[in-house]
Design a protein around this ligand. Structure first.
Ligand code: ADP
Ligand code: MG
Length: 461
């Protein structure tokens, strides 16, 4: 029996010296051998962009390295997660002893918490240390554990992009690792609102309606830890506020932990019932402020280690200075620099590449025009701008064109006839067709959605 992991390890060692360390880390190191089909080694890439990049730039090198191993494999092929089932099904129906399935598929338990949002991945500094320590303390002793200072509720507030949701998920991850018997529920206020609206409407009989409502309340009452994210959205929703008040009291009285976040302190949430406001203020209020320069640098460095990417100090400081008020934007800028650097084949982005990547990073959208979009699509797919607006029907070109048309319709406010002219004098019905086709593809197909997201990231849209 051939062990494909072993063959792949051998291939990797043959590759060393053939490509740069950064390219190795970015594109090769994260490939996972899945199976062999017709003597072709099938490798799983982590994203569509990764798959396209290895296909275009590294396939020959990988094939060559593979040919030097002690295997009879003749080629490699790259797939993404969505394509995996196709191969697994194929294998089942083939019963071909040529086919070797990787015997160690890591099955991860589904969790409601985002894995990378942990206490370990959270950089602590002046601006967030109270919120961080309170969150940690609550995770270790949820509820009104005797003998401990109880922070119930814990109310964390601060501007958008400063780590509130990250802290809630860290608490959730900590509890599922260390106190798995605790029932923990995380809910964003929007989701809570939808659940509530659904529970009180949509029924013909009042019996059914009462039943739905009871179910709704039970779901939120029957937990040890309830986290409600972004409670500023309770504003003006008096019916829901009333329900939250009762859920809150039930939980509180039975010593269950409640954690809330908001973009502002309770007293600044307009039209919040007084009795609910005083509940929210009854525990610990912890605010998160904007991080200072050292913290921002530390956050970038942590993210680099986590994502296995490399940029030099000059770039790190440039980013940390430019993006000083929102960590999500800071992270987005780093991703964008790395993505852009790879697209232009400069895996070690220097300050000029970083500036280039972020050059139209200012408040966007209004300033964006169709040529920005066509440019970005062209860079992403490595297909010339002329081809994108041409009549060529090659699959790659046609796909890139559809995405460009879709993005133009979505991001710019242009008449369809004008868009038709931009794309080589096409009829407006063709534009409608492309747009609608893409709308459903983005909805149904994860890889298309990811491509669109990547290109939007390039455009800052
Ligand atoms: P909020 O909920 O406050 O809007 P998020 O929790 O979604 O913000 O954080 C936005 C992004 O910034 C996330 O990717 C998060 O991991 C990151 N982030 C925020 N604060 C920190 C921090 N102190 N250390 C590391 N990453 C952080
Ligand atoms: Mg949030």
């Amino acid at each position: 029996m051939i062990d494909i992991n072993k063959i792949w390890q051998e291939t990797l060692s043959n590759l060393s010296g053939e490509i740069t360390a950064i390219a190795y880390t970015l594109w090769i190191d994260n490939l996972v051998p899945v199976c062999v089909k017709d003597n072709v080694l099938i490798l799983l890439a982590p994203s569509l962009n990764a798959k396209m990049t290895v296909n275009k730039n590294y396939k020959d090198i990988v094939r060559k390295a593979l040919s030097k191993t002690k295997s009879s494999f003749i080629d490699v092929d790259f797939i993404i997660d969505e394509e995996k089932s196709f191969y697994t099904e194929e294998i089942d129906s083939f019963h071909d002893n040529q086919i070797i399935i990787n015997s160690a598929p890591p099955v991860k338990k589904q969790s409601q918490f985002i894995a990378r949002y942990t206490f370990d991945n959270f950089v602590v500094g002046e601006s967030n240390k109270l919120a961080f320590h309170a969150a940690q303390s609550v995770a270790q002793n949820p509820g009104s554990a005797e003998g401990f200072l109880s922070f119930n509720p814990l109310f964390i507030y601060g501007d958008v992009g400063l780590g509130k949701t990250h802290l809630l998920h860290s608490i959730g991850n900590y509890l599922s690792d260390n106190l798995p018997s605790k029932k923990v529920l995380y809910v964003a206020t929007e989701k809570l609102t939808n659940d509530y609206v659904e529970a009180i409407s949509n029924t013909s009989s009042s019996d059914k309606s009462a039943f739905n409502f009871r179910n709704f309340r039970e779901k939120y009452r029957n937990v040890d830890v309830l986290m409600i994210d972004d409670v500023q959205f309770l504003q003006k929703k008096t019916g829901l506020q009333d329900v939250v008040f009762h859920i809150f009291n039930d939980l509180y009285q039975s010593g269950k932990q409640i954690i809330l976040t908001s973009d502002r302190p309770p007293k600044e949430i307009g039209t919040l019932e007084d009795r609910l406001r005083s509940r929210f203020e009854g525990g610990l209020l912890a605010d998160i402020g904007t991080p200072n320069l050292e913290m921002r640098v530390a956050i970038i460095k942590k993210k680099m280690i986590h994502e296995k990417i490399a940029v030099n100090d000059e770039v790190i400081y440039y980013l940390a200075e430019q993006f000083d008020s929102n960590i999500r934007e800071l992270e987005g800028a780093l991703t964008k620099v790395v993505l852009y650097a790879n697209l232009i084949n400069k895996p070690y982005p220097d300050i000029n590449v970083a500036k280039e990547a972020l050059k139209n990073n200012a408040p966007k959208k209004e300033g964006m025009d169709s040529s920005d979009i066509i440019n970005a699509v062209s860079t992403y797919f490595r297909i010339s701008k002329n081809d994108i607006v041409s009549k060529k029907k090659t699959k790659d070109i046609a796909e890139a064109r559809m995405i460009a048309i879709y993005l133009v319709t979505e991001l710019l406010n242009l008449p369809l006839v004008t868009i038709g002219q931009l794309f080589g004098g096409r009829d407006h019905t063709t534009i409608i067709y492309s747009r609608d086709k893409m709308i459903s593809l983005v909805k149904e197909n994860k890889e298309t959605a990811r491509v669109v997201k990547d290109i939007k990231a390039l455009l800052n849209a």
